[in-house]
Design a protein around this ligand. Structure first.
Ligand code: URA
Length: 252
């Protein structure tokens, strides 16, 4: 489902707009040193290691900047959901967060306000963050797989996911989080390209675009099944431990 970056940016109408800051375009005289090249979905290097002000893309171009990406999402017509949405829900939080939380799609409240997880499930999500000493907006970024609300909160369709996922990939490349928490079956299955149940996906560390990923229950599920709170706590602890061991390894 994941396209090479150039294809993805072309598909989003975001190519070839961005160049590494301060570096001449492809038509200019040969650059002093060749830009770093990485394979399409190769892991991102650790933050701070040879890093430019903006992430370096395969071709030496930068990822689209936040403003361009936000604008592209807000005016997106790549799937029919744009016809029924209120506001596109881009994502919210710290643009250089260690923690990236990924939900499914905006609900009614989010569609009205243009921000992810602002309803009842969002309040529970905030409480989950508090439990691990974090808070929305500080070292945490929250986004969804889909940026537009499926009418009546129906399940997202594969074509909608395919159309929208490149935006999330761009967000990940810009943020370079150190841990991803996939909230619920839908986010987990979409990111990990699997149909495995959430109970099979929980309890271990996966990887998405080179970033460790932990799966947990969606807060909306937890509202209906409060008995599973202990499992979510285990998942949060696993994510926190994973992040801590990353820091120990890199001395960061
Ligand atoms: N559920 C989600 O998955 N995302 C939101 O933003 C709100 C509810």
């Amino acid at each position: 489902m994941s396209l090479p970056r150039e294809e993805r940016l072309k598909a989003l109408g975001l190519w070839p707009v961005w160049r590494r800051r301060g570096i001449p375009g492809p038509d200019a005289a040969a650059p002093a040193a060749p830009p770093p090249v990485r394979a399409g979905n190769a892991p991102l290097p650790p933050r701070g290691v040879g890093q430019q002000a903006m992430p370096v893309m395969d071709s030496g171009l930068t990822a689209p900047d936040w403003d361009a990406l936000r604008q592209a999402v807000q005016t997106c017509t790549r799937c029919p959901l744009h016809e029924t949405r209120g506001k596109a829900v881009f994502g919210v939080g710290d643009p250089v967060a260690d923690w990236l939380l990924i939900g499914e799609a905006p609900g009614a409240d989010e569609d009205r306000q243009g921000e992810p997880f602002v309803g009842q499930a969002g309040r529970l999500l905030d409480a989950m963050l508090t439990a691990i000493g974090q808070q929305r907006g500080t070292n945490v970024y929250i986004a969804n797989v889909l940026k537009s609300r499926p009418p009546g909160n129906r399940d997202p369709r594969p074509d909608e996911v395919a159309a929208c996922l490149p935006y999330l990939e761009c967000q990940i490349d810009l943020i370079r989080p150190r841990i991803i928490l996939a909230l619920g079956r839908f986010a987990a299955q979409s990111l990990l390209l699997t149909e495995a149940s959430i109970s099979r996906l929980r309890g271990r560390v996966h990887e998405y675009r080179g970033v460790p990923l932990v799966v947990t229950y969606h807060p909306a599920y937890l509202l209906r099944n409060p008995g599973d709170k202990a499992k979510v706590w285990e998942d949060l602890c696993l994510a926190r431990q994973t992040l801590a061991s990353f820091r120990t390894k890199t001395g960061d």
